[in-house]
Design a protein around this ligand. Structure first.
Ligand code: F6P
Length: 192
């Protein structure tokens, strides 16, 4: 059966600084992940034909750089837009927008950043992406934490409002294979 492969971008400079959003380059470790990816992916792809999708952000494009598959960039795969909080750390958000910080904690799925998005918004904009993924080709998606949580929940048949709590670590390729009895999952952690 066909499979899908999911990966977050490698660690970014913003990840190192604890800032959310932005369009930062990969960190040194992030680049090491990009370099390790071809070998990590080859083991589970074999000679299957796959298409690689990224967002339009530098960190996903840089992560996919060494993978020699046909590639496509989707704006709909860009990270959840944090609006006025883009570029801040969680501590700074708590300080500047304490009411919002608590509101997000109370209802993370529905909370929409000012001038930005909620997880619910991301689920809506991912609909065409998920429809394409359902068409049955082998696809690898290199994108962002919040976006991957929504895609992962969908394929694992987890209710969408639980997406914000899905565990999608850095530097790990997740292979999902839909089966009659449910989706089979394998995780491959890079040794970097
Ligand atoms: O910190 C990385 C990041 O991708 C941010 O850009 C994004 O806002 C965040 O993770 C999403 O995670 P959470 O919804 O838990 O804040």
């Amino acid at each position: 059966p066909r499979s899908i492969w999911l990966s977050r971008h490698g660690e970014s400079q913003y990840n190192v600084e604890g800032k959310i959003g932005g369009d930062a380059d990969l960190s040194v470790r992030g680049y090491a992940y990009a370099q390790a990816l071809p070998e990590l992916v080859a083991k589970s792809v074999g000679d299957a034909e796959i298409t690689l999708w990224t967002s339009t952000m530098k960190r996903t494009i840089q992560t996919a750089h060494h993978l020699k598959y046909p590639k496509k960039q989707w704006k709909a795969l860009d990270e959840l837009d944090a609006g006025v909080c883009d570029g801040l750390t969680y501590e700074e958000i708590e300080e500047k927008y304490p009411v919002d910080f608590r509101a997000r904690d109370d209802d993370k799925y529905n909370y929409r950043y000012h001038g930005g998005e909620s997880y619910r918004d991301v689920v809506t904009r991912l609909e065409p992406i998920i429809m394409e993924m359902e068409r049955g080709e082998n696809i690898m998606v290199v994108t962002h934490q919040a976006v991957l949580r929504c895609i992962y929940a969908y394929f694992m048949n987890v209710p969408q409002d639980q997406s914000p709590w899905m565990e999608i670590p850095l530097h790990t390729v997740i292979k999902l294979t839909p089966r009659a009895y449910g989706t089979q999952e394998e995780r491959f952690k890079a040794d970097i």
